[in-house]
Design a protein around this ligand. Structure first.
Ligand SMILES: *Cc1c(COP(=O)(O)O)cnc(C)c1O
Length: 391
């Protein structure tokens, strides 16, 4: 029998691509706003957004245009020379974050790496304090401060001077500080760990502690940044300014680009760090356009309002299976008392892309341009899935 286009792609991938990803049986071909279409032309409401990446929606016309225009001018030139667009993006980023220095990267893990190196450089100390269930990336340095044993242990020895403490407990951090602690690295809301929201006073207390003990505070906003939680950056919920902020995911509207922002007092020396394609013109164009869209479409407020709406609909389900509904803005975790795999499968078969972040938790990180009607449709499908597949 002839294979379908979808089966052909999956067969080719299985044969040639490194088998590291557990993928859904779905071949995506295009996207617009909060809708993606598969290779057979079927549409899906996207509640995943490429894992909190497509905040401004798929193929936003302004981002597409900015990439097109820049691609015709200059795609890459290296950091041996200046480009105007890189300087413009750096200026924009410092204004947005309130941090004076910008270093551009190509991914979240690279932002973490940069931050860890910088913390060691400015303090002359070596140790890191991270949190249980933290995720900061999969390269050797960033993996060292990532919690999950199954992805960390096979690659040890990593940086061994890392202490993991309970998330949300500032006293636990205080108890773990030593004379050799360079930095505390923390997500304002844990993403991969399960959409975990800490107590309101947590970041304030961590900030005070770091200031008192002369420790660098690294806020990992790779997932929470760029309006995801109903603020430009999630640290703003607590009015806290970190010493270093790491960014990536949504920054380029889907184009890979990240940043490490830092205070003026927290800087590398010339030659300490670098990257051939870091802050390449095409990435800068995508990021500037993405920032423009977030501003002009007021996506910070949209994220807040639609997040409240989504949480209300989930609680209105009044499902006996509901354990917890948590999150801020359009970063929402829905924990059930049963495995959610069948809900994800049912969603995909019925036009809704969902992500289970662990066995019992669904994570909603849709494009911030998703409409209320699309949210309603998605929740209706989830309700049907819950009722169809009782535990
Ligand atoms: C996704 C993520 C990273 C890693 O980003 P990559 O671009 O996948 O390397 C780091 N920190 C947090 C909080 C993330 O969510």
């Amino acid at each position: 029998m002839r294979m379908s286009k979808k089966e052909e792609v999956i067969a080719k991938e299985s044969q040639h691509y490194m088998q590291v990803f557990t993928r859904e049986p779905l071949v995506i071909e295009r996207g617009r706003g909060a809708i993606v279409s598969d290779i057979d032309g079927k549409d899906y409401i996207d509640c995943v957004a490429g894992i909190a990446v497509n905040n401004v929606g798929h193929c936003h016309p302004r981002v597409v245009n900015a990439i097109k225009v820049q691609a015709e001018k200059l795609i890459h030139t290296s950091n041996l020379y200046y480009t105007e667009i890189q300087a413009l993006l750096a200026e924009r980023m410092t204004k947005l974050t309130g941090l004076e220095r910008c270093y551009l990267t190509n991914s979240g893990a690279e932002s973490t790496e940069s931050a860890m190196k910088l913390a060691r450089r400015v303090t002359g100390k070596k140790g890191f304090i991270s949190t249980k269930n933290a995720f900061h990336g999969r390269t050797m340095g960033s993996l060292s401060v990532t919690w999950k044993e199954t992805i960390r242990q096979p690659f040890e020895p990593l940086i061994d001077d890392v202490t993991f403490v309970n998330y949300g407990d500032a006293n636990a951090i205080a108890g773990a500080v030593t004379a050799d602690t360079a930095a505390v690295i923390v997500e304002p809301i844990q993403g991969e760990g399960g959409v975990n929201v800490p107590p309101d006073d947590y970041l304030v207390a961590v900030r005070e502690l770091c200031t008192e003990r002369d420790i660098v505070l690294i806020a990992d906003e790779v997932q929470t940044g760029f309006a995801r939680t109903g603020k430009w950056f999630a640290c703003e919920h607590a009015n806290v300014v970190p010493d270093i902020m790491t960014l990536a995911k949504a920054m380029g509207g889907g184009f890979p680009v990240g940043a490490m922002m830092s205070r003026e007092s927290c800087q590398f020396m010339p030659g300490d760090h670098g990257g051939t394609q870091s802050g390449t013109p095409l990435a800068c164009a995508a990021a500037l356009a993405t920032i423009d869209v977030i501003e002009s479409e007021d996506l910070v407020e949209q994220s807040r309002l639609k997040g409240e709406f989504l949480k209300k609909l989930l609680s209105d389900l009044e499902s006996p299976d509901t354990v917890d509904i948590r999150g801020k803005g359009l970063m929402v975790g829905y924990e059930l008392s049963r495995p959610v795999r069948s809900i994800v499968d049912y969603g995909r078969e019925n036009g809704v892309l969902l992500n289970n972040i662990s066995e019992n938790v669904l994570r909603f990180v849709p494009p911030l341009v998703i409409t209320k009607e699309q949210i309603e449709t998605a929740i209706t499908v989830i309700e049907r899935a819950i009722n169809l597949h009782p535990r």
